[in-house]
Design a protein around this ligand. Structure first.
Ligand code: MN
Ligand code: MN
Length: 464
């Protein structure tokens, strides 16, 4: 038992506490209920497209309607805008005019994965494969020998788009990238982790049964016949397809105490879901609440559906026009939570983190003042004033939160959409859920932190 703190110690010292020591039984139950819904969400949302369509489904149920420029907007109006099925923006109109700013939360719904190449199919050694090009920052060896699913779309010349989803239902087949047996990996063992799996060797095994026709590439012909029967596609249709191999693991509770959640793509659908859940429960906020689910964060926020896209200006501009407000004035008075995950302190790898500043599992919503690398390079570096404002909001609303730093100084680093929001003259801070095994095919998060991230974003939406 720790000694009771003196009054002076309690007053002067910054004290971090494990979240489970702070919240009561009722709050613990709310945390469990929230996480059950989140688990259902990521189990279904394996790609940005699936996350967006699920987001729209939830939004419609909560009374959100598609935004049309020129429509009447009054306090409490709930709208959404679907950006090409790959990114989503939602808003609840506030009581104050947009000239006084909005409260924005921006997460991303793309995750590291293996995309099929435009000409993916080939046969070798009487086995058939898809060639892949990995998307985002992965440790390639983690993707060998695990079951993989296939998700995405094939767009046909006649304009129809076929949805493909193979491997996620029980009983459906999955795919695999093979690895060398330990008996024969003498040479492989000498290579570094960076080089022993060349990118071009990430080939997905998709079949082995030859076609009865006496021809070259009989296995490939048989697989194409199957695809044609089921989806009406031919090999050339892969040229206009977006198909991704994602881990075929169901989302599960982790640990004997079930306090953690294991799953693919917590980065960053855990924050995307927190935003969605928060905005669904936001009625007539003081300032307009905006929720963004962006695409392409894992490859630099590029492209029309990424956070650099002016689709965001178009949406916010239309809202401002409706109130006769200049978009620039709205941005300058807005705040943005760049809701993205950070690394959790991992006792297996303590050497990369600085204990006093690293985020810990079960210590709550993690705010990162800065990210970047080598002297904060490439970082947004949020202002002291913005953090103070959030401190006060979180204290008022019972949000358990902590500060986070992405690894020790000079250890490496990373970035988020925060810089692109700040570039727009919007005061921005990174904040999200600490993750163990970030960017692995199976990532782990603490339930408590998922729940507090939702509570934190909800508190921000309620800001005056
Ligand atoms: Mn992320
Ligand atoms: Mn990431």
């Amino acid at each position: 038992m720790a000694k009771e703190k003196s009054e002076r110690e309690a007053k002067l010292l910054y004290n971090r506490e494990n979240g489970y020591d702070i919240i009561d039984a009722e709050e613990k139950q709310r945390c469990e209920d929230y996480c059950r819904n989140y688990m259902r969400f990521i189990d279904l949302a394996r790609t940005e497209r699936e996350a967006v369509s699920l987001g729209i489904e939830l939004a419609k149920k909560a009374g959100f309607v598609p935004f049309e420029p020129g429509m009447a907007l009054s306090p409490g109006t709930k709208i959404y805008s679907d950006n090409r099925g790959k990114a989503l923006m939602l808003a609840v109109i506030g009581q104050k005019p947009l000239s006084e700013g909005s409260v924005i939360a921006a997460a991303h719904v793309d995750s590291p994965r293996l995309d099929l190449k435009p000409v993916p199919m080939y046969e070798d050694g009487e086995l058939c494969y898809f060639k892949t090009h990995y998307y985002g920052g992965i440790k390639k060896y983690q993707w060998l020998t695990i079951p993989l699913e296939l998700h995405g779309v094939v767009a046909l010349q006649d304009g129809t788009v076929k949805d493909i989803r193979i491997g996620s239902e029980p009983g459906e087949p999955v795919f695999q990238i093979t690895d060398l047996l330990p008996h024969l990996n003498k040479e492989q063992r000498k290579k570094t982790a960076a080089e022993f799996v060349p990118g071009e060797s990430l080939n997905l095994l998709i079949g082995s049964k030859p076609d009865p026709e006496d021809t070259k590439d009989r296995v490939k012909l048989a697989i194409l016949t199957l695809l044609n029967e089921k989806y009406g596609i031919v090999e050339e249709d892969f040229l206009s397809a977006e198909l991704s191999a994602t881990p075929a693991f169901p989302v599960r509770e982790v640990g004997l105490d079930r306090s953690l959640i294991g799953g693919y793509g917590h980065d960053d659908r855990v924050c995307a879901y927190a935003e969605l859940a928060a905005i669904m429960e936001t009625e007539k906020p003081q300032k307009t609440a905006v929720c963004i689910l962006a695409d392409k964060e894992e490859i630099g926020s590029e492209g029309v559906s990424g956070m650099k896209s002016r689709a965001f200006e178009r949406f916010m501009g239309a809202l401002c026009d409706a109130q006769g407000v200049k978009r620039e004035d709205c941005f300058a008075n807005s705040i943005c939570i760049s809701a993205d995950v950070c690394n959790a302190f991992d006792p297996n790898y303590p050497e990369v983190s600085e204990k006093r500043n690293a985020a810990k599992v079960n210590y709550g919503f993690a705010l990162a003042k800065f990210t970047g690398h080598g002297g904060k390079s490439g970082s947004n570096d949020a202002s002291a004033e913005l953090i103070a404002k959030l401190r006060s909001l979180f204290a008022e609303n019972g949000v358990v939160w902590q500060m986070a730093e992405l690894g020790k100084v000079d250890q490496g680093g990373g970035g988020t959409v925060a810089v692109y929001m700040a570039e727009r003259d919007i005061d921005t801070i990174d904040a999200g859920v600490p993750v163990l095994s970030m960017h692995a095919p199976y990532e782990t998060v603490g339930k408590f932190d998922c729940y507090m991230t939702y509570k934190g974003i909800k508190a921000a939406y309620a800001a005056r």
